[in-house]
Each structure stands twice: as structure tokens, then as C-alpha cells.
Design a protein around this ligand. Structure first.
Ligand SMILES: [Mg+2]
Length: 379
């Protein structure tokens, strides 16, 4: 069966939100981040990119490249709210939504809720709805696997869309630079260049075993991707029943104070994962494993979902405090899990009701007239 996968990627997400909310910044080179010595650019508007400003670049370097650069402090609460809004739109089409970050997601629309056979039409519809609901533009890639869909979403950016059909996949992948391959970073790319591999076509000279020998497990995906193939499925975190994290200590611990320090780190990690996946739950479970591998768990269930880190941390600490730790036996592992989620779409459905579907009254007309990109990125 041929799958239908859409990859949606918001255009210069944080920067576009700032330009949307501050009309005076539209059409100007803008960076989200602090203009301080140790500051880093979190996102750059398309105008700033023309000057060579990129995300993750030190603020000072960015200022040197573009003296007119405007710095705006990040407002992650706003970015998260917008992200949640666009995700609610995705879930109206399919249950199989896999977010990669706040502004990017895969959607498997093979069996979609709308019964629309064309993934291209769905992608178009999603982009139009995102614009209508948020005043922001998104680009889309449409294909029959994740790899091709993701590469394709980059082809007509900003505010564009690209489709790779099965019969085009092989030629499309052959022409790609290795840097565009999934999992190829700077180091791997350099290694490939030294081997004379620059494109997908070059990769095809090697057998799967050879690539695995040189690049480890990733060798298999390079082998498949070079042929336009990718067997990874779109997996929805929302299908998960719990999210957690655990740490095995380098040396066993019996000090309660030391345990508390590690608990804090684990709690922050879990919270990060919860927020990324918009996962909430009512039950927190603490797991401790003694040096002799005996396990002990403590859990607490609250009346409502935990929606603040402060509350989560309080519960986690309480669980540790209520544990009688046998100090004779050291602890080797500690973990925290949040479960008991409100299943189903209720959260997302409610969100749609709360937000409505209008960002501004005439936004739809502007999109249809093709004015969206100019207004937001090239004013
Ligand atoms: Mg993006």
C-alpha cells in the first residue's frame, strides 16, 4: 500500500509571529533572541537571512553581518499557543500526527478523517486553514514517505508546496545533496565528501552492508533514502499512555540531598517532553531502583491534569519525601513518569472552540489573492 504523508513546516516561525504581532517589524531584518554578549539567535526573519543571519548563530556575529538587525525577546508561551492551534488543525484530518518541534509535523493522511483521496488537496487546505487561523504561512511537502515529504517541504519555501510522486522519487533522491539526507550532519557530510559521495546518486554506488560498515545503523537509512525509500512510520505521541524519563547514576547514591538534585533534573527533562508533546496527565510515578536491582514505586494521582511545572515538581518532591529510603542500600536508578492522560480529542476539540477559526476577518481573502507571503515576509 502506498502511504500519503504530508510534512508541514511553518515559515520562520518565531520571527513571523513577532512580525505578525508587531507591524512595525514587517519587512525588516529581525532576530528572536537577546542582543547580548552570550545571546544566541533563536530565529531569523527572511529579511535577516538575506544578510546571512541564521538561527543558533551568536548574537554578536549576527549583528556584525547585519547592523540593522532588530532583536526581539522570545515569547515561548505565545509560540506554544500558536503551535497548539496548528496542531489542532492537523488532528482534524488525521490521528497520525507526529510533531518534530513546535513548528513542524508529519501527518499521515492515507486514511484521513475527511475521506479526501488527494493528499495534495489536504495539504493545500491545511495551509489555508493555518493562515486563516493564525495569520502565518506554512510550507508543505507531500509524498509517500517521511523522508521525501520533509525534503519536499523545503523546496518552495516560504509559503509554498511541493509534491514528490512515487514515479519521481528515484530521480528526485538521486539529485539530492547528501546534506539533505535524514541524519546527515556536518561531520557525516564531510566524511561522505572524503569518500567522493556528494549526492544521492553517489550513495547508490555502495551496498547496504558497505554503508552500514562505514556509518553504523544510519547506513541503512542512507541506502534506502538514496533510492527514495523510507520505511519509518508516522507515530503519534498522543497514542502514548505515559511520558517519563529516568537516570541510572554513575555511582550509586544514598544521600537524600543528592537524590533531590537528580530528581530536579529528571523532572525538568520530563516537563520538557510533556510540553513538546502537549501531553498532560493526572498521575505522577516515582521509580527507584536499589543497587541490588530491587525496585520501588510511589505514585500520586491528582484531581486534574498537571498544567504547571511548579505543581509537577511539588508532587515529585512529595513522592521522594514520602519514600523511606533504606540508606544501607544505595540507589542506582531514579525515574519519573506522568500518566493517566485525558484520552481522545477532547483537549483539541475544546481548543478549536476556544480559538475559533478566524485570526482576522479578511485574512482569507488576502491568502486567496496570494498576498500572504508579501505581507509577512517581504513587505
Ligand atoms: Mg520552520
Amino acid at each position: 500500500m502506498i502511504r500519503k504523508i504530508i510534512h508541514i513546516d511553518m515559515d520562520a516561525f518565531y520571527a513571523s509571529i513577532e512580525q505578525r504581532d508587531h507591524p512595525e517589524y514587517r519587512g525588516k531584518p529581525l532576530a528572536v533572541g537577546r542582543a547580548a554578549e552570550r545571546g544566541v539567535v533563536a530565529a531569523a526573519s527572511y529579511e535577516a537571512r538575506k544578510w546571512g543571519v541564521r538561527s543558533a548563530m551568536p548574537s554578536l556575529t549576527a549583528m556584525n553581518k547585519c547592523p540593522e538587525l532588530i532583536f526581539v525577546p522570545a515569547r515561548f508561551d505565545v509560540y506554544r499557543a500558536v503551535s497548539m492551534r496548528i496542531r489542532a488543525i492537523f488532528f482534524e484530518y488525521s490521528d497520525l500526527v507526529e510533531p518534530l518541534s513546535l513548528d513542524e509535523a508529519y501527518i499521515d493522511v492515507t486514511d484521513n478523517r475527511r475521506g479526501v483521496p488527494s493528499a495534495t488537496l489536504i495539504a493545500k487546505d491545511i495551509r489555508r486553514r493555518i493562515w486563516k487561523a493564525t495569520g502565518l504561512t506554512a510550507s508543505a511537502g507531500v509524498s509517500f514517505n517521511k523522508f521525501l515529504a520533509k525534503v519536499a517541504s523545503d523546496y518552495r519555501k516560504p509559503n509554498g508546496m511541493f509534491v514528490v510522486r512515487p514515479e519521481e522519487a528515484d530521480a528526485f533522491a538521486e539529485a539530492l545533496k547528501v546534506e539533505q539526507f535524514w541524519g546527515v550532519g556536518r561531520v557525516t557530510a564531510e566524511k561522505m565528501h572524503r569518500m567522493g559521495i556528494h549526492t544521492g546518486k553517489d550513495l547508490k554506488r555502495f551496498t547496504e552492508d558497505e554503508l552500514i560498515r562505514v556509518f553504523g545503523k544510519s547506513g541503512r537509512s542512507y541506502y534506502l533514502n538514496a533510492r527514495g525509500e523510507d520505511d519509518r512510520e508516522v507515530t503519534s505521541e498522543r497514542m502514548r499512555k505515559s511520558i517519563g524519563a529516568e537516570t541510572t547514576f554513575l555511582t550509586d547514591i544514598s544521600e537524600r540531598r543528592e537524590l533531590l538534585g537528580h530528581l530536579r533534573e529528571i523532572a525538568e527533562e520530563v516537563w520538557d517532553r510533556l510540553s513538546k508533546n502537549f501531553f498532560t496527565g493526572r498521575t505522577v510515578t516515582l521509580k527507584l531502583k536499589y543497587a541490588d536491582f530491587q525496585e520501588m514505586t510511589r505514585r500520586k494521582t491528582l484531581a486534574a491534569s498537571i498544567d504547571r511545572f511548579g505543581l509537577f515538581w511539588m508532587v515529585a518532591k512529595e513522592l521522594l519525601d514520602s519514600t523511606n529510603i533504606d540508606i544501607e542500600r544505595q540507589i542506582r536508578l531514579m525515574g519519573l513518569t506522568v500518566s493517566n492522560t485525558e484520552r481522545e480529542q477532547t483537549g483539541y476539540r475544546q481548543l478549536l472552540l476556544d480559538f475559533g477559526d478566524e485570526w482576522s476577518n479578511n485574512s482569507d481573502t488576502r491568502y486567496d489573492r496570494g498576498l500572504a507571503p508579501e505581507r509577512l515576509t517581504r513587505d
